[in-house]
Design a protein around this ligand. Structure first.
Ligand SMILES: [Zn+2]
Ligand SMILES: [Zn+2]
Ligand SMILES: [Zn+2]
Length: 164
């Protein structure tokens, strides 16, 4: 900076320096990230991650419980959500029955299907059992806002969900 003010270095050289600096910083962040992810979470295992199947560790923070995925099967998995003291999800997604997590902004979002709790209508009917194979069905959201389907994963049956 000092040299630029004195006009001894070209703007190009200055930008070159910035680029080098940014590259160094990004390199340091990349180098430190795997170490942080590899640190195993503490706390008892209370089940498997609904997204990747890794162990879920029950943890306590300021008197509240939450679980965190150990990410042993999928190092990219960042599943974590609030639970009771027993490790059961505090809130469930009305669409897929997946656990809801609370964002920093205080909204709730499903860790499985990504639906916001505010987008999940009250009084959605139970998806019920599959007419084809009798397995429990799940509600899925249509790409059209406000429309829902029910789907059976085992046999692939999909039908529109009749809203009350
Ligand atoms: Zn996971
Ligand atoms: Zn969901
Ligand atoms: Zn079925």
């Amino acid at each position: 900076m000092e040299r630029i003010r004195r006009g001894e270095a070209s703007r190009e050289a200055f930008m070159e320096g910035i680029r080098g600096f940014v590259k160094d910083v990004v390199g340091q962040i990349k180098a430190s990230a795997p170490a942080a992810a590899a640190r195993p979470p503490s706390g008892p295992v209370v089940g498997d991650c609904p997204r990747c199947g890794s162990p879920l560790h029950l943890r306590e923070w300021e008197g509240r419980h939450y679980v965190k995925c150990a990410a042993t099967r999928d190092p990219e998995c960042r599943v974590a959500y609030e639970t009771g003291a027993d490790g059961k999800p505090a809130d469930l997604c009305r669409l897929c029955q997946g656990p809801l997590r609370t964002t920093k902004a205080g909204s709730k979002v499903c860790v499985l299907c990504g639906a916001w709790a505010s987008d999940q209508p009250e009084g959605l009917p139970e998806p019920g059992l599959c007419p084809g194979c009798g397995q429990p069905m799940r509600i899925i959201r249509s790409t059209t806002r406000g429309q829902f389907f029910r789907r059976c994963a085992p046999c692939g049956t999909v039908e529109p969900l009749k809203l009350p």
